[in-house]
Design a binder for this molecule. Structure first.
Ligand code: GLA
Length: 551
């Protein structure tokens, strides 16, 4: 196994992420900048299972327990999957006189001595007892998707949290949930502004965390409405989150129900991948979410499942499985747990793939920068209906020198040292996923410029941006290493604006007293050395940024 495939690395990164998640916004920081960048741990894309695609609104305690047990017995937990997420259908919209959520005691019974039926902490304890984490679901509006478009069963009103944000997110944290997905059916019908509602929800989540000491991971589900990649990173102050960028790949396929005949579509899966590409927003723990995976569901072939898994890993997408885990074929299980492919998704730089070439319609090369120097994941993707050759040159994605070691990740085969370029014939609707290890291309280091700015190496201030002028890159979407110090106990955040484009919020986790580095990608829309990058603190003190380096 290559070093990226090491499960130990995934688990160590998860431990660092858990520590990071516990930090609070805007804590005090002492300045003690030193040189010597080292990659600072950031939250990685979540991995788990969701009830929606295979259970729809028939989800109950029995189904969730079976799936949780299957996550262990299939080896998926060992491979890195950890969340068991309960989606729509767990609650029919009933509240008591104090506004507390009331659930059906038959669907959510006591599971151990001393427990009471109708208490969601029963199922959370069960999930936690297996060493897994638990997720829950609500809607940002008053009503939810189960009101407006019920899938199986009648539509119930009031399945949303609007008017109860404080109470509901506190309740989720008290029940012990670790993850919450917030849908947009109600918000959409009511014409609410998603950037406003989700910020309010994020703040309710942070207050629930402060109240209970329990972390709730934030999953925004508004299907790309109002371009969430422009406002969702760090929304309301959360240190990590994901946001949906498109509609559902498939409507639920529930065995034995009237929708059992539905099929997932390979083309729709490709479309969701495309809609999810916003590399300028995916960094430091914030991720585009192209939807739950349909790997292993009716409609995709084994090859189609591998392409789907490859695309989600290249995208650095959340890996939330929608298939029934008790019925996975051996081939699907192998696809979902391939350690080398999972390591690409979970790479600690946390960046998204960019398109490195197109050799005719539907013949694409995608490349993802990985943490090890000179390493890239590369996907040769043939979307067409006939086999076709696709080739890639090492210089297409910033490697220098002629030779690189190449490995085929799905075949698990070393292809040896290859000079300059690699070429393969890719079957119709298929892909080859490579790990390429060559010599890292040259990076150019920039120091801040301009007058009236925050000083390099001093904590960034709110109203004094730190500006890097006359910046250029060999690539229109440039990978950028930011060297900074944050010697305080909490993650600091800053906003970056490139040439006046939409700002993106970047997380700067604690570094201790020595400088460290995080990576982002930015669209440099001016030719030559004409680009200006401007960082401002969101709250003070901000990170002490000393330099940026671009490929
Ligand atoms: C929306 C979401 C899905 C799922 C359903 C539940 O369609 O996009 O992921 O949560 O609602 O109704």
């Amino acid at each position: 196994m290559n070093k990226l495939g090491s499960k130990v690395a995934i688990l160590a990164a998860r431990a660092a992420v858990a520590a990071l998640a516990a930090t609070m916004l805007c804590g005090p920081a002492n300045l003690n900048a030193q040189s010597g960048p080292r990659q600072i741990a950031i939250p990685l894309p979540p991995m788990g299972w969701s009830s929606w695609n295979s259970f729809s609104n028939t989800v109950d305690s029995r189904a969730v327990m079976d799936q949780a047990k299957a996550m262990i017995s299939t080896g998926m937990h060992k491979a890195g999957y950890q969340y068991i997420n309960i989606d729509e259908g767990w609650w029919l919209g009933e509240r008591d006189e104090q506004g507390n959520i009331v659930v059906d005691p038959k669907a959510w019974p006591a599971l151990a001595p001393g427990e009471h039926a109708g208490d969601m902490s029963n199922i959370v304890r069960f999930i936690h007892g297996l060493g897994l984490k638990a997720g829950i679901y609500t809607d940002a509006g008053k009503n939810g998707c189960g009101t407006y478009s019920p899938d199986l069963g009648p539509g119930y009103p009031n399945q949303g949290s609007e008017g109860h944000y404080e109470q509901d997110f506190l309740q989720f944290a008290r029940w012990g949930f670790d993850y919450v997905k917030v849908d947009w059916c109600g918000g959409n019908k009511e014409n609410l502004d998603p950037a406003v509602q989700y910020a309010e929800i994020a703040r309710a989540i942070l207050r629930a965390e402060a109240n209970t000491g329990h972390h709730l991971y934030f999953s925004i589900c508004n299907w790309g409405r109002n371009s969430p990649w422009t406002w969702a990173p760090n929304i309301g102050g959360v240190p990590a989150d994901i946001w949906r960028v498109s509609g559902d790949i498939v409507a639920p396929i529930v065995a034995g129900s009237r929708n059992a005949g539905r099929k997932a579509s390979f083309q729709k899966m490709l479309r969701n991948f495309d809609q999810g590409i916003h590399p300028e927003a995916e960094h430091t723990g914030f991720y585009n979410d192209p939807d739950m995976m349909v790997v292993g569901m009716p409609g995709l072939t084994d090859a189609g499942n591998r392409v789907h898994m490859s695309l989600w890993a290249m995208s650095g997408a959340p890996l939330i499985v929608g298939a029934d885990l008790t019925k996975l074929s051996d081939a699907t299980r192998a696809t979902l747990t391939n350690p080398a492919v999972l390591a690409v998704d979970q790479d600690v730089l946390g960046l998204q793939a960019v398109k490195a070439g197109e050799q005719g319609t539907g013949l694409e090369v995608w490349s993802k920068r990985l943490a090890a120097s000179g390493e890239r994941a590369v996907l040769l993707l043939n979307r067409t209906a006939s086999a076709a050759p696709i080739s890639v040159h090492w210089s297409d994605f910033g490697l220098s020198g002629s030779s690189a070691d190449v490995k085929d990740l799905w075949a698990g085969k070393d292809l040896g040292t290859v000079n300059d370029s690699y070429s393969a014939t890719i079957p119709a609707s298929d892909a080859v996923m490579l790990l390429v290890h060559g010599s890292e291309g040259k990076m150019t280091r920039y120091r801040p410029s301009g007058s009236g700015t925050s000083a390099a190496g001093h904590a960034l201030e709110k109203n004094h941006p730190l500006t890097f002028s006359r910046v250029s890159s060999r690539f229109p979407i440039a990978a950028i290493e930011i060297v900074y110090t944050n010697s305080g106990p909490s993650t600091a955040f800053a906003e970056l604006r490139v040439n006046g484009q939409d700002a993106t919020r970047i997380a700067f986790p604690p570094t201790g007293s020595a400088a460290g580095a995080v990576w982002i990608q930015a669209v440099l829309d001016r030719a030559g050395a004409q680009n200006e990058l401007s960082f401002s603190a969101i709250c003070e003190p901000g990170p002490a940024i000393t330099s940026i380096s671009l490929e």
